[in-house]
Ligand binder design. Structure first.
Ligand code: 6PG
Length: 261
């Protein structure tokens, strides 16, 4: 079990999980604007968060978020053009950002169409600028860190694009790295553990039976982030919450390991 204050909440369905996540998103956004005059969030890629983004775009949630003071980043991106079906930016654009009044300049996408190392360097510069940390390690000061990071987890325990065995999992200085990932036969750009772990709140969204065996290893097994990169996420000054559905929690349940109660 990774260090840090991890809280696990288990929901009967993925829909119930996304409803809870949407409520948390709105709450953190409001608190961040009250405290710091701004809400900086890093969105997750993959398919799991689609339901959350669609929910956040409905008036019941969108009307409670100050989009003028919201800055959107991504935890990772595939090295593809922004209109590519594989693009994490495209998913968030189509399901959320095109449906709310967020200023274009507040959407900080990773330029997946550019040379990977150039795109990673440019994204780090942009993130550092918004977080007012031009150089050095990430700050945990209010208004100078990501207020919320949304993460998914692959069935091989990768998160963002921190894949097993990659140098990015062990990176301690750079905030953003580009690496070729054999597992997906392509280049990826990812935030690294230092900047993810400086966040005020990190929220994992894990649903589906295909994640059950891995979720148990990550939450209840020995810590080895090189093999289980999701274990590299342990915010030092922030909170770590896992929102899981019962299908993803089945292996934990079967072993009587119920970290949610
Ligand atoms: C990506 C994501 C990645 C994702 C996991 C889970 O770019 O693919 O950032 O970390 O969260 O692969 O993906 P699913 O939600 O599709 O299972």
């Amino acid at each position: 079990m990774p260090s840090g204050r991890a809280h696990v909440a288990c929901f009967p369905t993925a829909d119930a999980l996304m409803t809870d996540a949407a409520g948390r998103f709105v709450s953190v956004a409001a608190q961040s604007v009250r405290d710091n005059g701004r809400f900086a969030v890093a969105l997750a890629g993959g398919s799991t968060p689609r339901g959350l983004y669609e929910l956040l775009a409905t008036p019941a949630y969108a009307d409670r978020i100050d989009w003028q003071r919201t800055h959107v980043f991504w935890g990772d991106e595939r090295c593809v053009p922004p209109d590519d079906p594989a693009s994490n930016y495209r998913l968030a654009r189509a399901t959320l950002l095109d449906r709310v009044a967020i200023p274009d300049e507040n959407v900080h996408r990773i330029r997946g169409e550019d040379a990977p190392d150039d795109a990673a360097a440019a994204y780090e510069r942009e993130l550092r600028l918004v977080l007012d940390t031009p150089d050095g390690p990430p700050s945990v000061g209010p208004g100078r860190r990501l207020d919320l990071v949304l993460l998914g987890m692959g069935s091989n325990a990768h998160t963002a694009s921190l894949f097993p065995g990659l140098a990015a999992v062990r990176e301690r200085k750079r905030w953003v790295m580009a690496e070729h990932v054999v597992d997906v036969a392509g280049w990826r750009i990812t935030l690294t553990p230092p900047v993810l772990n400086a966040a005020a709140q990190v929220l994992f969204l894990v649903a589906g039976a295909d994640k059950a065996a891995t979720l148990r290893r990550v939450l209840a097994g020995p810590t080895n982030a090189d093999v289980l990169p999701a274990q590299a996420i342990a915010p030092g000054e922030g909170t770590l919450t896992w929102l899981v559905d019962t299908a993803a929690a089945a292996a934990l349940e079967a072993k009587g390991e119920r970290p949610w109660r």
